[in-house]
Design a protein around this ligand. Structure first.
Ligand code: URA
Length: 215
């Protein structure tokens, strides 16, 4: 029996070529249909912050609140992240913040019940990659802070393990550009940790490595 090959999803046809302006990129991303996630999500949640930012923070995907409001990291994980950044000496208002995947992926236990976050798979990460590549090309950050496993796999490949490299300054070529990166845990994992205080201190310690790399 022949099985049909898995459909390849990609945002590439929706990404304008040679765009010089982050707002134009954001506008184009609003109409992205590169993978099926747009069907159930409220809207595309594109990156936010200045295109002149020295540091880019990359998370996983928008959560429930981000999906409703259309901005990344505005829910509980974002609030914790802002506090940790400030404590580490990085002004959150001066960072460019985005996600590896730009639509909220979720399930519902029952129809009309609460939406439950579902981690994006490799296909969705790969499909959304052209948006992250376009953001990197426009913002040209001096440093990328990688927030958790999904962002790490999207930027550094599927063998990425956050526990192996967190809190270290990496230098890697990404989309033909030499990039400096500091990986750390995702702020949501701090919210879920049994030892929340210890996990938070660990996040701040990693972000201090990023702060020193920017000094
Ligand atoms: N978690 C993420 O990875 N990104 C967001 O924008 C919100 C929560």
């Amino acid at each position: 029996m022949n099985t049909a090959p898995e459909e390849q999803y990609t945002a590439a046809p929706f990404v304008p070529e040679a765009v010089r302006d982050i707002d134009a990129l954001r506008e184009a991303a609003a109409g992205c249909r590169g993978c099926p996630l747009h069907r159930d999500a409220t809207q595309t949640v594109f990156g936010a912050g200045s295109a002149d930012a020295r540091v880019m923070l990359v998370g996983e995907q928008p959560g429930d609140q981000e999906d409703r409001k259309g901005r990344p990291f505005i829910g509980p994980a974002g609030q914790l992240l802002d506090r940790a950044l400030a404590e580490a000496g990085i002004d959150p208002g001066e960072a460019y913040v985005t996600n590896a995947v730009k639509h909220f992926k979720f399930t519902r236990a029952e129809p009309r019940k609460r939406r439950i976050h579902k981690a994006p798979g490799l296909r969705e990460m790969t499909a959304c990659g052209p948006w992250l590549a376009a953001e990197l090309a426009l913002v040209e950050p001096e440093l990328i802070v990688v927030l958790g496993a999904t962002a790490g796999k999207a930027l550094l490949g599927s063998s990425f393990r956050v526990g192996e490299v967190r809190g270290t300054l990496l230098e890697r070529e990404i989309h033909g550009h030499a990039e400096r990166l500091v990986p750390t845990v995702h702020p949501s994992s701090v919210l879920r940790a049994d030892d929340r205080e210890g996990a938070y201190e660990g996040l701040v310690a990693d972000l201090k490595v990023a702060a020193r790399a920017l000094a």
